[in-house]
Design a binder for this molecule. Structure first.
Ligand code: MTE
Ligand code: MO
Length: 380
């Protein structure tokens, strides 16, 4: 069993797949704290967790073509810690498949059945990718068309490693704060999250945040990995498996604006407080460093909306990598029995969420950011 060495995990996680391990926290736990507890952070593995001895570990960085040093730059974990300034950021990571289960309600999609918990937030610390690329001999602005490939040390039975890429421009821009992270929430990176080293590309889909990083390659082409080329792409809702052309869509990078209700949970029996109000909580986040500027909540099907109170770390414009948590006391419609709560967020580019899933349905069930709805029963 290639999974026999996988680490142990917190029993509260809802497991979507055991081998490989994929699990999410219960929704209400997501909004207990703006930093997700490491044990509760969602886990998304495509393959067995590789066993890496930190003393033997080396990150291999291929040199620019035709440069004097032809041998790749090899960095040990202590090199990475000693030679490059340690940079720390708070960033939210979201899987493209977050909220896939709602997409399957429209029409069955292929993929793990994620509820709203394939998203979490942590403090990440490590070396800036930019500094490491400069050290390897890459020059700023050398080409806008190049790509930086990340190869994981996890591999399938045929010997194929997990891999993904981002653009060279994305990797080199200082304000993008792309990290080679060796710490998560102030501690050594846990096995499930990429020990001893992973990439953190803030604002970008989870799939490019390669864990158990083994190798970095700069190339004219995007990564040829299955997960870059033939997965994690969006399509027209009428495209299905018999006519899909993966080459026709760009790989997902920045993610769209997202929000969801974490409390109450669907089907919950609600006893309104003495004022006839109900406390609603959730998260909101957008990709590309766009800050959440507003979350709207409706309990009458979207006829009227109230603005929720946002909480979260103050972040720099264009570098809002972390989600906002939100909360609102909503007056319940009089004599109601079943109430549907809806939320939608607005980001700093005034991007909004689509109101329903059907027009954004796609065969892989990615990028679901439709208004989130939770139906509850009110106790009279
Ligand atoms: N990196 C490697 N090496 N192997 C993987 O399976 N999964 C990716 C990404 N990096 C993956 C990986 C996907 S799809 C996501 S959503 C994130 O890791 C999940 O990161 P987490 O498990 O730390 O939450
Ligand atoms: Mo993912």
């Amino acid at each position: 069993d290639p999974y026999s060495q996988d680490p142990s995990r917190h029993p509260v996680l809802k497991v979507n797949s055991l081998k490989p391990f994929n699990a999410e926290p219960p929704p209400y736990m997501l909004t207990e704290n703006s930093i997700t507890q490491t044990e509760l952070f969602f886990k998304r593995n495509h393959l067995p967790v590789p066993q890496i001895n930190p003393d033997d570990y080396k990150l291999v960085i291929e040199r620019p073509n035709g440069k004097v040093h032809d041998k790749p730059l090899n960095l040990t974990l202590s090199d990475l810690k000693a030679k490059f300034p340690k940079h720390e950021i708070t960033a939210t990571l979201q899987c493209a498949g977050n909220r896939r289960s709602e997409m399957s309600e429209v029409k069955l999609v292929k993929g793990l059945d994620w509820n709203i918990g394939a998203i979490s937030t942590a403090r990440w610390a490590g070396a800036r990718l930019r500094d490491v690329l400069l050290e390897a001999g890459y020059a700023e602005g050398s080409s806008q068309t190049q790509h930086v490939h990340f190869e994981g040390l996890d591999r399938d039975l045929t010997g194929t490693n997990y891999g993904a890429s981002i653009s060279f421009k994305q990797a080199m821009a200082k304000e993008n704060e792309v990290l080679l992270a060796y710490e998560m929430n102030g501690q050594e990176l846990p096995k499930d999250h990429g020990f001893p080293l992973r990439v953190i590309v803030p604002g970008v889909v989870g799939a490019r945040n390669v864990k158990w990083l083994g190798k970095i390659v700069v190339s004219k082409e995007e990564s040829s990995s299955h997960w870059q080329k033939n997965d994690y792409k969006g399509f027209n809702p009428c495209v299905d498996w018999d006519d899909v052309d993966f080459a026709s869509s760009p790989s997902i990078q920045d993610l769209p604006v997202q929000s969801a209700i974490t409390e109450p949970h669907p089907g919950q029996k609600i006893t309104p407080d003495i004022d006839g109000e109900l406390t609603v909580k959730g998260y909101a986040w957008s990709g590309g460093g766009r800050e959440i500027v507003r979350v709207d909540v409706s309990v009458d099907g979207g006829k009227t909306w109230k603005v929720a109170e946002l909480t979260g770390e103050k972040q720099k414009a264009g570098q809002a990598w972390a989600w906002k948590l939100w909360q609102l006391n909503v007056p319940l419609p009089p004599k109601s029995s079943d109430v549907t709560i809806i939320c939608k967020a607005v980001d700093s580019s005034y991007n909004v969420q689509p109101d329903t899933v059907a027009p954004i349905w796609n065969l892989r069930g990615v990028l679901n950011n439709a208004w989130h709805r939770v139906c509850v029963t009110v106790d009279a």
